[in-house]
Write a protein that binds this ligand. Structure first.
Ligand SMILES: [Fe+2]
Ligand SMILES: [Fe+2]
Length: 245
């Protein structure tokens, strides 16, 4: 598995983790993101499946002690998002785990008997702080899950988009940042048409994100949209038909 710092202002960092050539080929490739504020305050965004827990832990440990990962986002209920949940919580029992109120009872089936409860998010989202940095949970319901959140980091001006923007890229050498947006579309198209059920929901999400004007949009699969590609990506999302197969 590889990791790369994608934002660093000296006090606040984002690390992207993914592209694992050694993973079991039956599991879908995922990106995990680690935010670190003031060196010792960590948050992991969609930590991934139980299959890849050890590899993700090794990568995060290069940047922060596991016990300092004090927060986690579980954007929605899928196993590739957080079937590793119990293993993370076992390392730090005081970890705050955020998920939609809608899914808490379901995702708790991944807790493997650990004694913790979710910090549930209301449908409209909310603001939290990691150290001194403000983070906002942005509603992404029906994109694709019925209770789903993106996360916007005000300090880094980065949006974590979960499965929105997901791409099934051809191999583990494919670039982490999108290099040619037009060529990248082929890897996103099928995923969005099948997995996004609602054009109305997708357009509402695009409108919310346009107001934030992020420098980067970071999906849970595929590659990161940066600079001019952010607008190209949002325009593309508005142009596609979804909920079809
Ligand atoms: Fe998903
Ligand atoms: Fe996913």
């Amino acid at each position: 598995m590889k990791s790369e710092i994608i934002f660093d202002n000296g006090k606040h960092k984002w690390i992207a983790i993914g592209r694992d050539p050694d993973k079991n080929q039956n599991v879908i490739d995922t990106n995990e993101y680690l935010i670190i504020d003031s060196d010792t305050k960590g948050m992991i965004l969609d930590p991934g499946g139980i299959e890849i827990f050890a590899s993700v832990l090794v990568e995060t440990s290069k940047y922060i002690l596991p016990e300092n990962i004090e927060k986690m986002l579980v954007s929605h209920q899928d196993p590739d998002i957080a079937s590793s949940l119990a293993l993370w919580v076992n390392m730090n029992e005081t970890m705050e785990v955020y998920c939609s109120w809608l899914w808490a009872g379901f995702i708790s089936h991944f807790s493997m008997g650990t004694d913790f409860s979710f910090s549930t998010l209301p449908d409209e989202g909310k603001d939290i702080y990691l150290g001194t940095s403000k983070l906002t949970f942005v509603p992404a319901h029906y994109c694709h899950s019925s209770g789903n959140f993106s996360l916007y980091d005000h300090t880094a001006n980065i949006l974590f988009s979960g499965d929105v923007g997901a791409a099934l890229v051809p191999d583990s050498d494919y670039s982490l940042i999108v290099e040619d947006f037009e060529k990248h579309i082929q890897y996103m198209e099928g995923f969005h048409k099948r997995w996004m059920p609602s054009k109305t929901a997708l357009h509402a999400w695009v409108n919310r994100v346009r107001l934030l004007k992020p420098d980067m949009i970071c999906p849970q699969h595929g590659s990161i949209f940066k600079g001019n590609d952010v607008d190209k990506f949002l325009n593309w999302l508005e142009s596609i038909e979804v909920g079809i197969w």
